[in-house]
Design a protein around this ligand. Structure first.
Ligand code: NOJ
Ligand code: CA
Length: 708
């Protein structure tokens, strides 16, 4: 079924026929594409192409303007050289994830273009899956295009109207915003209103948004725009022409203002458009993973999902400190003698406190313990643009690295390393081998890295080609040392965990920490599965049971905008092979019956079935644990009450299951009654149904086990 998009060119259909992609070249020789779904236009004819930086090699800076130089155009003057169609269908097994197997099934069209005036070639590769589109630019090896610099990528996504968007502002420095839900036409005014708050001025655009961007049309189509396999390239934001509702790619520049230094043969990341008339298909899509290369880690047996606790929330809430002293160690790292300074007595990472966490982990079956603030340098790490900041190997005097290693080992618990880089990249790279070697020596299987603050080298952005190459370098080097990585503040994921499954986590969005920094919107967690999670799992760090932060730190009046049952549900709705029980361990002791769910819940899945979904309002998912007959169900709601109505028809027919249902009590509310929950047991079968109310900021969690 071909809708007329006014294009008379090449077409490609998805395997199920729901999608039609059209490609053509206009009178100026510019490539165009359009996409329809079930006969409805999704992307109207949209330009494709790239603009190169002209001038001499030394002139590439933000000021450089387009010369009348045909060589800067990779967007017009093209004619069609050849078109090749092919089909692909394989099923592969991820090392960990939401499903045990993933089908990668698409029809492909490879369009080769020739720019006669410059004798250059450009290839466009389109892959049409049953749930959407991926396409990228490829630069074949050729005489007239070998080393080149991008001024901008000119990919357009011309939408059909003033859709609802679930967005965070475009920014080169942070991704940790609450989402705004608005019409596209409202983005400009809402961004300008927020500008004074926290938007970084250097990267400000009043109509810029980050991906993964979720959209909903007025007639109920869900459209998601993101990217896959972001390698050796700047991260793609989108900038809106809000008169015509056309988004254009807006690549994060390097410090010199260019968007990437490339060499042929090479390719850009994939641009993805996932589409459905059923919201449940968006989080269930595997397009992002499928567009990445198969695993490069031949023996992944050392990559194992982990559930962990940590010396962390106490510093985030301000109950204790990362630093050891208030005295300023005046000299550079490695030369400060911490035995001579006066400790302030509020240090979190003390041997004694860490042992308490190890004992707790061992007692309750957790795999690991994360400790932050264990290494010297926390006194002046932030805001001082220190090049030589941390060394990642020297512990504070009250953290007995060796003793803790032996203690944890004796209890069967693994330690999780923490490397806050302070965004001093050269410093991290100069210490990286030694830091990873120390981890190997003390058998730390995983590192949480962090990139808080402005990047050094100064002037670099958080998501440019240059720094994306650093994140990738740290990940690949970690793989050499058999280390798993959970990178905070690094560029949001784009499915690279298929290729490097040691990337077991990223933060790269607003995580639980903001609940102690003033609070997040109660519906935030029901937006994330449609946005941030499209690229990969998030180290969201759920499991907060004490919502009144002033109980931990009288000076912190922040409130966790979630119910306790909602916090349990997150282990299922925000699937991740790395899950923290983030609260202080003493708070779990107060609610042992609810804590049981966190102990029981699985981390790795055979199947995932999205039962109910509407971005920002509710999401309900059932997941079957890998190599087990146990199921877990999670629901989170939004800002208003939600009645979930689900069938258990996913269960094995003929079997009886004990369901333990952890739900909001009737009078629960995220604001004034968050700890009101109920736990009940029921026997259910594949014929059972459940109606369950989740209060504002609420949710429910269920564990299901077959019984005789
Ligand atoms: C920000 C991270 O998101 C948080 O988890 C960490 O504790 C701090 N940086 C300090 O590294
Ligand atoms: Ca963070």
């Amino acid at each position: 079924m071909l809708v007329s998009l006014g294009m008379h060119g090449q077409t490609l259909k998805s395997p199920n026929g729901n999608f039609v992609l059209e490609f053509s070249i206009n009178e100026k020789g510019s490539p165009l594409y359009a996409l329809s779904y079930k006969g409805k236009p999704v992307i109207q004819p949209s330009r494709l192409g790239l603009e190169l930086a002209g001038g001499s090699k030394t002139e590439f800076n933000a000021e450089i303007r387009k010369q009348a130089d045909p060589k800067t155009s990779l967007y017009d003057g093209f004619s069609l050289a050849s078109v090749k169609h092919s089909a692909f269908d394989e099923t592969w097994e991820p090392v960990w994830g939401e499903t045990k197997t993933i089908r990668n099934h698409y029809n492909e069209m490879e369009v080769s273009l020739r720019q006669n005036s410059t004798e250059r070639s450009l290839t466009l590769r389109f892959r049409l899956f049953d749930d959407g589109l991926g396409f990228r630019y490829e630069f074949p090896a050729q005489k007239n295009l070998s080393y080149f610099v991008l001024r901008e990528e000119l990919t357009e996504f011309a939408l059909t109207g003033d859709h609802t968007a679930y967005w965070i502002p475009g920014d080169y420095d942070t991704q940790e915003y609450d989402y705004t839900i608005s019409r596209l036409s409202e983005i400009r005014k809402l961004t300008e209103a927020a500008k004074t708050d926290n938007l970084s001025q250097t990267s400000f655009s009043p109509t810029g948004v980050q991906t993964a961007l979720q959209l909903k049309t007025q007639d109920g189509l869900y459209i998601n725009i993101h990217e896959a396999a972001l390698l050796n390239y700047g991260c793609m934001h989108l900038e809106l022409d809000d008169k015509n509702f056309v988004f254009r790619s807006w690549i994060t520049p390097d410090a010199n203002g260019t968007r990437g230094h490339l060499q042929a043969p090479s390719a850009t990341p994939w641009r993805t458009v996932i589409v459905s008339d059923d919201a449940r298909d968006i989080p269930a899509s595997h397009i992002t993973l499928n567009l990445n290369e198969p695993s490069k880690i031949k023996d992944p047996s050392w990559i194992k999902p982990m559930k962990y606790v940590g010396v962390w929330w106490e510093m985030i809430t301000g109950k204790s400190e990362w630093s050891y002293t208030y005295d300023l160690p005046a000299v550079q790292i490695g030369k400060t003698d911490y035995t001579r300074v006066k400790p302030h007595g509020r240090h979190g990472a003390t041997t004694e406190n860490v042992k308490r966490y190890i004992d707790f982990a061992a007692r309750h079956g957790f795999d690991g313990v994360l400790v932050e603030g264990w290494n010297i340098g926390w006194e002046d790490w932030f805001g001082n643009s220190k090049d030589f900041v941390f060394d990642f190997v020297t512990p504070y005097p009250d953290f007995d690295l060796e003793g803790i290693y032996r203690y944890a080992k004796s209890k069967g618990v693994k330690m999780i390393m923490h490397h806050e880089t302070s965004s001093s990249i050269r410093n991290y790279e100069r210490h990286l081998d030694k830091a990873y070697q120390l981890m190997n020596k003390y058998e730390y299987p995983a590192v949480k890295s962090g990139y808080v603050g402005d990047i050094i080298p100064r002037g670099e952005n958080h998501y440019s080609q240059w720094i994306n190459n650093h994140y990738q370098y740290a990940l690949e080097k970690a793989a050499e040392y058999k280390i798993m990585v959970n990178a905070h503040e690094a560029v949001r994921p784009t499915g690279l965990s298929r290729t490097y499954p040691n990337l077991i986590g990223n933060e790269s969005a607003r995580g639980t920490e903001y609940q102690a920094f003033g609070g997040s919107k109660p519906n935030h967690v029901s937006v994330l599965p449609f946005t941030r999670l499209i690229g990969g799992p998030m180290d969201y760090t759920p499991g907060i049971f004490e919502m009144d932060i002033s109980k931990m730190n009288p000076n912190n009046k922040s409130h966790v905008n979630a119910t306790l049952a909602n916090q349990l549900a997150l282990y299922v709705t925000l699937s991740s092979p790395l899950q923290m029980a983030a609260d202080l361990i003493e708070n779990y002791g107060r609610f042992p019956d609810a804590f049981q769910f966190i102990k029981d819940v699985a981390l790795d899945w055979e199947k995932s079935i999205y039962l109910e979904a509407e971005p920002g309002e509710y999401i309900t998912v059932a997941r079957k644990a890998k190599n087990s007959d146990q199921w877990f169900v999670g629901n989170t709601g939004g800002n208003t009450p939600f009645t979930s109505d689900i069938s258990f028809d996913f269960l094995d027919a003929g079997k009886r299951y004990e369901a333990i249902i952890y739900s909001d009590a009737k009078d629960a509310h995220y604001k004034d009654n968050p700890q009101a929950y109920e736990i009940r047991k029921e026997i259910v079968t594949s014929g059972s149904r459940l109606k369950q109310v989740s209060v504002p900021g609420g949710g429910y969690a269920i564990s299901l086990k077959p019984v005789k």
